[in-house]
Design a protein around this ligand. Structure first.
Ligand code: CA
Length: 247
């Protein structure tokens, strides 16, 4: 309880807002709504190795949330000290997508559906904010999260010019939800996504669903941290109570 109050007080002080009144929750996708990150990490390690670009699983998790293009160029730069060509980046990214597609469809993250049901029941709008541009994305949401996300309240790779850690995706999410920064929270599992949420001026909750130490998410600026989506779901009422202003 104290920890939540302290976290909100810190946010209000740094953002200049005088309160948070929750109307929308901006959800990241991979590692928050779907337990897909182990598959993505495998696909990165395998496909990059084919091009003699060594990448560990940890590096894949550290760079989660970046666009595929900038991830490839970042590693290429570390190895060769220069930018990769557009053709090479496209080829490697296609290879990575093909590796990912060899895995089964990732399951829903435990706790996510249950949390969404609580939000819906209290009139809070869920909004998707992902850097992913998978063409099957809308169909997958209709199947795995029916009725939870309206298509016109989804931010994908096609909506934005800059990826996370730029605040643009989350600013776009606020716009689509029709709410101000102090009328929403962000839920993120990756350091770069946390940076994007914080840069957008939104109270950012980290859920550590992967192998990185908590401190990496705290250092990225997370306002609060939960060990899993199940933990966030179980403690939701306690948090929500602090995110409502009775005018
Ligand atoms: Ca993520």
């Amino acid at each position: 309880m104290m920890q939540i109050e302290t976290a909100i007080a810190r946010y209000l002080k740094s953002s200049g807002h005088s309160f948070i009144h929750l109307k929308a929750v901006l959800f990241d996708m991979d590692g928050v709504l779907f337990d897909s990150m182990p598959y993505h990490a495998d696909a990165w390690v395998t496909s990059m190795a084919k091009y003699n670009l060594p990448m560990t699983r940890e590096v894949a998790f550290m760079n989660e949330g970046r666009t595929g293009m900038s991830t490839i160029n970042l590693i290429y730069n570390q190895v060769y000290g220069k930018d990769a060509s557009k053709e090479l980046i496209d080829e490697i990214y296609l290879n990575k997508c093909n590796e990912f597609a060899k895995h089964p469809d990732p399951p829903r993250m435990p706790g996510a559906w249950e949390l969404l049901k609580k939000l819906k029941a209290t009139g809070i709008t869920p909004v998707l904010v992902t850097g992913s541009g998978q063409h099957t994305l809308f169909a997958r949401f209709d199947r795995d999260y029916p009725g939870m996300f309206e298509h016109d309240k989804m931010v994908t790779a096609y909506d934005v010019k800059y990826g996370k850690p730029n605040p643009e995706p989350y600013l776009m999410g606020l716009k689509k939800a029709g709410v101000a920064a102090n009328e929403a929270i962000v839920i993120e599992n990756a350091p770069i996504g946390v940076q994007a949420g914080v840069a957008a001026g939104v109270f950012t909750v980290a859920v550590n669903t992967g192998p990185l130490p908590n401190q990496v998410l705290i250092d990225a600026g997370a306002n609060l941290l939960y060990p899993s989506m199940v933990a966030l779901y179980e403690k939701w009422e306690e948090l929500a109570e602090h995110l409502t202003v009775n005018h």
